[in-house]
Structures are given as structure tokens and as C-alpha cells.
Design a protein around this ligand. Structure first.
Ligand SMILES: Nc1nc2c(ncn2[C@@H]2O[C@H](COP(=O)(O)OP(=O)(O)OP(=O)(O)O)[C@@H](O)[C@H]2O)c(=O)[nH]1
Ligand SMILES: [Mg+2]
Ligand SMILES: [Zn+2]
Length: 295
């Protein structure tokens, strides 16, 4: 009888599979799974049979839900966006880019503000526009602030920790998972453009699983039609406009001005919305063949 487990690590065709009893098997892939790369991903639920002590065969991969390409991960439930307000001062545009990606992929999103020990309480209002829309948890790997609150948000799913280089993602994982030993790097090296985190693996955090990722400073939105970007901005969904397909870019009878005046849409978020819409629209013009990919 095969047993079911979770691929928590993958090194060159050799997945590490965690079984329900907490044991981990170093596994090999059955021939048909080995033939093509990407047949087995970290995050996959797999059926395994034993070879010997602590070793097994991966016999089959169970059906997947969401698959991420970068980093390669299966069955992702949500994104944790790590964001530092200080040292380094994170980019709010990149924060929104990541949140838009989460929405486009149908993933949950939580904002983990890192290095809270460096941010006086009086400055925390900078995150208010996001706190109105997403769970925003103030965390510090240094003091332990917010770690329980963050872990409590995760439930039992697979979460990807994303964010700019130097934001403190690996430090956060180390603080959440005592024996994680995720590599933390000096900010001076990060400023010279070196990213630390490469291997994809899942760390257990209570009932959930967490994957570290390297920070990317450049993050392109997929080629989608502007209305998909509009729908990715949660606060724009309830706007009352004359036209149902209103993009809130100056159309007659648009409800945007009223929403800005009422404070349900934050100017900073709307600015990012305009930037992203212009970007996907320009992408569409550059490559008319790509139109078919728009869904
Ligand atoms: N003051 C303070 N510094 C922190 C905290 N967490 C991380 N740092 C520092 O921030 C720097 C970068 O931390 P990392 O955890 O390597 O950042 P990262 O987001 O994993 O970076 P990449 O892997 O390059 O994407 C290190 O010098 C850490 O010591 C924190 O809670 N407070
Ligand atoms: Mg890292
Ligand atoms: Zn409108």
C-alpha cells in the first residue's frame, strides 16, 4: 500500500518526502516521473513506497492546485509579502505588484512588515492603506514581535514568503522555525546585488508550510487585460460607476472620485493601479500576437 506524503525539498531528482507521521524519506523517482523535469515539484502530494530505511520511491503525483513557476512550487495557498519600512526602505509599488500577483493567481495574501524593531509605533500608519485590505502583521525576527500572530494566520496551507532582497525573509523563517538555518546575509552584500536564497524547500510552521524565496527587485506582471488588474484591486470592486466595464480612468459617471473622497480608495493604491494598467496595456501593444494569452 503506497503512503501519501508532501515533497518538502528537491535536489536533482531526489525529493525529500514528509509523511504524515512526521518522518522524512529521501526518495527516488519512478522512471516515468524522471523522464521529464517538473514532473515532481516541491509542494506536491505524492504516493510513496518504501525502498529501505528512510528511503522510498515516488510512485505518483496527486492532482495539483496552483502551480508557481518562480519559484517552482505546487499547491500554493498564499503569499506572505515581506516588507521592510526601514533598512532598507521597501518600495510600496513592489509591495502592490506582489499583492496584484497574488490576486491574479487566486492566492491569499498576508503582509508581514519586517524589522518592526526599527519602526516607531508613530510611523506605522504608513501601512494603513494596506491594513484596510489585507492582514498586515508587524514582525521582528530580532525581538520576536508578531511571530505568533503571523503563524496563526497561516492555517494549514503552503505559503510562499516573497519580498525584496534584504527585507528579512530568511531571518523571519529562522525566527519562526528554530532549526531552519535559512541563510541570512549581510545587508552590505545584498546592496551589492547578491541574493542569498536559492534552494526551494518547505519549512514547517505549526500546521502550515513556508517556502523562502530570493528577493527580486524586478517583477513583471503577466500579460493580462486591464480589467484583470482592475479586479486585482479589491477596493475598486465595489465602485458604483455608470458603465459596468468602467476602468476608473476618467470615464463619465465613474465612481472613483466619490470613493477617493470617502477614503475607501487610497491615492497611493490608485496611483499604482494606473501604473500597472498602463504597463499591461503597453505590453499588449508591443506584441499583438500575445493577445491570445489574455484571459
Ligand atoms: N533590525 C532588524 N534587522 C533584521 C531583522 N530581520 C533581518 N534583519 C537584517 O536584515 C538583513 C537581511 O536579512 P535576510 O533575512 O537575509 O533578508 P532576505 O529578505 O532573506 O534577503 P534575500 O534572501 O537576499 O532576498 C540581515 O542583515 C538581517 O540581520 C529584524 O527583525 N530586525
Ligand atoms: Mg533570504
Ligand atoms: Zn469607474
Amino acid at each position: 500500500m503506497p503512503r501519501t506524503g508532501l515533497v518538502v525539498r528537491l535536489e536533482a531528482d531526489r525529493p525529500t518526502v514528509r509523511l504524515e507521521d512526521g518522518s522524512e524519506w529521501r526518495c527516488r523517482l519512478r522512471g516515468r516521473l524522471r523522464r521529464e523535469a517538473g514532473q515532481v515539484l516541491v509542494g506536491d502530494r505524492v504516493e510513496v513506497t518504501p525502498i529501505g530505511a528512510g528511503e522510498g520511491w515516488v510512485e505518483a503525483v496527486l492532482p495539483r492546485t496552483v502551480v508557481l513557476e518562480r519559484p517552482p512550487l505546487a499547491n500554493v495557498h498564499g503569499l506572505i509579502v515581506g516588507f521592510s519600512l526601514r533598512d532598507p526602505a521597501g518600495s510600496f509599488t513592489l509591495l502592490d505588484r506582489r499583492l496584484v500577483l497574488a490576486e491574479l493567481l487566486g492566492l491569499q495574501a498576508v503582509v508581514a512588515v519586517t524589522k518592526a524593531d526599527l519602526v516607531p509605533v508613530g510611523e506605522r500608519h504608513h501601512l494603513d492603506p494596506w491594513a484596510a485590505l489585507y492582514p498586515v502583521v508587524w514582525t521582528s525576527a530580532r525581538t520576536g514581535e508578531g511571530l505568533d500572530a503571523l503563524a496563526a494566520r497561516l492555517g494549514t496551507g503552503i505559503w510562499v514568503l516573497t519580498g525584496e532582497s534584504g527585507a528579512g525573509k530568511s531571518s523571519l523563517i529562522n525566527a519562526l522555525v528554530p532549526d531552519a538555518q535559512a541563510v541570512v546575509q549581510d545587508l552590505s552584500r545584498i546592496r551589492r546585488g547578491r541574493q542569498t536564497t536559492r534552494v526551494v524547500r518547505l519549512y514547517p510552521v505549526r500546521g502550515a508550510w513556508l517556502a523562502d524565496t530570493p528577493g527580486f527587485t524586478r517583477l513583471d506582471l503577466p500579460r493580462v487585460p486591464p480589467r484583470r488588474i482592475r479586479d486585482a484591486f479589491r477596493e475598486l470592486r465595489p465602485l458604483a460607476c455608470r458603465f459596468a466595464d468602467c476602468l476608473h480612468l476618467g470615464e463619465p459617471g465613474c465612481g472613483l472620485a466619490a470613493a477617493l473622497a470617502a477614503g475607501t480608495v487610497a491615492p497611493v493604491r490608485y496611483e499604482h493601479y494606473r501604473t500597472f494598467v498602463a504597463e499591461v496595456a503597453a505590453g499588449g501593444r508591443r506584441d499583438p500576437q500575445g493577445g491570445g494569452q489574455w484571459t
